[in-house]
Design a binder for this molecule. Structure first.
Ligand code: ZN
Length: 315
């Protein structure tokens, strides 16, 4: 049996055939088209290529930014360059026979679905997941159910307020977690310090090789003892830890899974984060809640999306 997993992102769309064990058999990546007229043929060409390379899938799972209705696969809200998908039924866009079932959901929930089927959340009922990338996505498995809420918005953990008067977030609120702990936020903080003329190994690097001005570089400089980078990373981790402690008090999960490319920082992130969370939550919880990296190693989103087909009915 093969499953088709599709990740629809702001810059790329990734599609791949996945086997029952969660291994990718064939995959295609296309640049996210600018409009609906190019979206349909681009996606359907990629799907056709995958079908020829493998077989007709037993089901399709789609992860997409924004608010997706999992019952109908309708895109309810999607800002940014993919705005043209609003109101569309994703199941209508794949170009496969109607008897192939199609499941779709928000990308972070899809990542947790993948962990439920093939990764760290297998056999567990209470798990939080944060996807730390350019933004911060989130998903909540509570008492065995993936939370969706009244309008499908539940689990947007990147948009809890951590600074009431903080900077404006893409969602319209101020001081969301995403504005202080995300690749974009950490890069922005480093750029701003470099522009202010702060002394740091980042100053020369960012000016001479701006393509290296990434969150990963800031974490790397911090691990090498650069004081500015260390201050930026420590401040960001403290805020993430504070937010996470609050979330533990709300959801009482068995453990927390971190995904997304910022989580690649590994122990440089996990160790101080665990300490911050423990200090803030041990009084009420009385136990240390493990924070672990995602196990579904594929960061493309394809495997997680395919997992949506295999996951127990999640609504
Ligand atoms: Zn926000």
């Amino acid at each position: 049996m093969v499953l088709l997993g599709i990740d629809i992102g702001g810059t790329q769309i990734k599609a791949g055939m996945v086997d029952e064990a969660g291994a990718i058999l064939a995959a295609r990546t296309i640049a996210t088209p600018p409009d609906m007229d190019t979206f349909l043929p681009s996606l359907q060409d990629a799907v056709r290529w995958l079908l020829e390379a493998t077989a007709l899938p037993a089901g399709v799972g789609i992860g997409c930014k924004g608010i997706i209705n999992p019952d109908s696969t309708r895109v309810e809200t999607l800002s940014g360059g993919l705005h043209y998908l609003e109101g569309q039924l994703l199941s209508d866009l794949i170009g496969l026979p109607k008897d192939v079932p199609v499941f779709a959901d928000n990308a972070a929930r899809v990542a947790l679905a993948g962990e439920m089927v093939w990764g760290a959340a297998q056999g567990h009922d209470n798990v939080l997941m944060l996807t730390l990338g350019m933004g911060v996505g989130g998903a909540v498995l509570a008492d065995g159910r993936l939370l969706r809420g009244h309008c499908g918005v539940a689990g947007h953990l990147g948009h809890i307020t951590v600074e009431p008067d903080g900077v404006l977030c893409a969602c319209g609120n101020r001081g969301c977690l995403e504005t202080v702990f995300s690749a974009r936020a950490i890069e922005g903080e480093a750029w701003s310090a470099v522009h202010r003329g702060c002394s740091s190994s980042l100053t020369r690097l960012f000016r001479e090789q701006p393509q290296l001005a990434t969150c990963r570089t800031v974490f790397q400089a911090a691990s090498e003892g650069d004081e500015l980078a260390l201050a930026i990373v420590s401040k960001a981790i403290r805020r993430l830890g504070a937010a996470l402690a609050g979330l533990l008090h709300v959801f009482d999960p068995e453990f927390v899974i971190l995904g997304g490319h910022v989580a690649d920082a590994g122990a440089d992130l996990l160790v101080p984060l665990q300490e911050e969370v423990w200090a803030r939550s041990r009084g009420l919880l009385g136990r240390e809640v493990p924070i672990v990296e995602q196990e579904v190693a594929d960061k493309s989103g394809i495997v997680g999306a395919a997992g949506l087909v295999m996951a127990p009915r999640l609504t």
